[in-house]
Design a binder for this molecule. Sequence first.
Ligand SMILES: *Cc1c(COP(=O)(O)O)cnc(C)c1O
Length: 337
Amino acid sequence: MIDFRSDTVTLPTPEMLAFMHQAPVGDDVFGEDPSINALEAKSASLFGMEAGLFCPSGTMTNQLAIKTHTQAGDEVICEELSHVYQYEGGGIASNSGCSVKLLQGNRGRITSSQLLGAINPEDVHKPISRLISLENTCNRGGGACYDFKEFEEIQKIAKTHHLGLHLDGARIFNAIVHKKEDSKQYGKVFDSISICLSKGLGAPVGSVLVGDAAFIKKARRWRKVFGGGMRQAGSLAAAGIYALDHHVDRLKQDHQKALLIKDALVKKDFVTEVFEVETNIVIAKIEGKYNATQLAQTLKEKNILVIAMTPALVRFVLHLDITDEMLSTTIATIEKL
Ligand SMILES: *Cc1c(COP(=O)(O)O)cnc(C)c1O
């Protein structure tokens, strides 16, 4: 099977497994796992932040950030396609007791002027606007990247209105590699950042939340409450360290492959549109000979797995385990459809 369903499907490489195998471990709830401590410090310093917190999933790092930034009754502002809203089981409401103000952006991205209009005035009728949560790259937006200047404009507004600014950076390295950004810029703009090690970076498990020391101290307490305090989990952290050291630059290859999938798709008359490909995600609108579900089924019969996100949209995600040969097979298959 050639699996384009998600960049979460990657298997650890033999080199990663060897590195995990030799990792020193200890009880992380006691703060004694050297590999987890090293991963947290490394992640924080990459983003110019003071501290990091290793968690089992990106849902947990996002939800802990929201919990730490807010109080029950506050409001969180985010784009309508955001993972924190769409795919975290209603956690903003159930974990943090917050309401959500949804903005309709461009492929997952909002602008500073939209944000300005979304902040509630000081008025007892209104929930208190407390936190902005952004996503880069935007998953449902087809891997779209923000222009960094927009982040800086949003930060100015957040500061003026005393709002926290969180980034769901599940695929932040795809954006950094594509836009040739310096990861440290992000620490200057955001109060907290969630990064995923188990997406394009290819680690089997894990996400890290980074922020200032006081914020991470509070989030660490909530991690225990959420049941996310792990013990000798250093082998998993080691996979993350290996991924940060070896799997960031190669994301470019996934982006190049994504463009080739797009080139094959645009030639088909059942493809009415392919979103601009910036990173490792290709989303195509399907109509006519197939709908998205039928196309996914047809490809599956030819050993190619993709996701029909809606009856009209099909998604291909490129990752570490898609070889050049798999790519050629896929392109040849698309050409024959
Ligand atoms: C995958 C993903 C997450 C985290 O998902 P987990 O499966 O909980 O690790 C968060 N945000 C975005 C945009 C994602 O794509």
